[in-house]
Design a binder for this molecule. Structure first.
Ligand SMILES: Cc1ncc(COP(=O)(O)O)c(C=O)c1O
Length: 221
């Protein structure tokens, strides 16, 4: 999922096609799960889509905000590190506190299984933003799977590739985001939203109410 470029979902067959090509030509298939990991589910986007890469990288939600990243993969590739054929050196490797944070995060995610709720809250927020924008005649596109999604001011019905991200009104997005920030809702500057396991229905309602105020102000200016 191209989270940093409009939250573009892979088209049907794309990931399987990549898997097949990489297997055929002996190429390592690597999934960047830095954003999708522990957000789409405990098994990341690869479990969600049912495609297994050779290597993947995880970070961000893995340790609930503690600075940690991880590279994981099939034994065939990871054993190269074990055999010291590939160097995996880093000052912060195996930092106890961040690894403890990741273990605690995974434990809570396993116990609480918040994923259905995160998808549902995400969809609720996406729909609320869409309806509010429509009410004030703003052409706001909201797209993504739910636990993460993107907003863009554009006439397009969908952002399908990187090129489409250029046909969006970044100035209008900037005004919306600044308005939200002023009223205490923090959104990432490029229009990306995340739902976390800690979010509640009240948070969603507050975000929609605030978006309503900001979109109204934008209409009047
Ligand atoms: C999807 C994705 N991959 C990789 C990275 C890079 O991570 P880092 O800043 O740790 O190099 C980011 C950073 O935000 C990201 O969003």
């Amino acid at each position: 999922i191209m989270c940093n470029n409009g939250c573009i979902l892979p088209v049907e067959g794309f990931l399987q096609g990549l898997r097949d090509l990489c297997t055929e030509y002996g190429i390592t298939l690597i999934f960047d799960e830095v954003i999708t990991g522990f957000r789409m589910g405990l098994g990341g986007a690869q479990t969600y889509f049912g495609i297994t890469p050779d290597l993947s990288i995880f970070a961000k939600a893995l340790a609930s905000g503690y600075p940690l990243s991880a590279i994981v993969g099939k034994k065939e590739w990871m054993s190269l590190i074990e055999q010291s054929k590939v160097i995996h050196a880093g000052t912060m490797n195996s930092s106890n506190a961040t690894v403890a944070a990741a273990l605690a995060t995974i434990k809570v995610l396993q116990q609480e299984n918040p994923y259905q709720r995160m998808f549902s809250l995400g969809k609720q927020l996406m729909q609320g933003l869409q309806e509010t924008a429509k009410k004030y005649h703003h052409k706001m596109l909201v797209q993504g799977p739910g636990p993460m999604f993107n907003i863009a001011f554009t006439e397009q019905a969908e952002i399908q590739d990187y090129r489409d991200t250029f046909i969006t009104d970044k100035q209008l997005l900037g005004r919306f985001i600044a308005g939200m920030h002023r009223k205490g809702i923090r959104i990432i500057g490029r229009g990306l939203w995340y739902i976390s396991a800690a979010h509640t229905e009240d948070d969603i309602k507050q975000a929609i109410k605030t978006a309503d105020e900001v979109l109204l102000e934008m209409q009047n200016k």
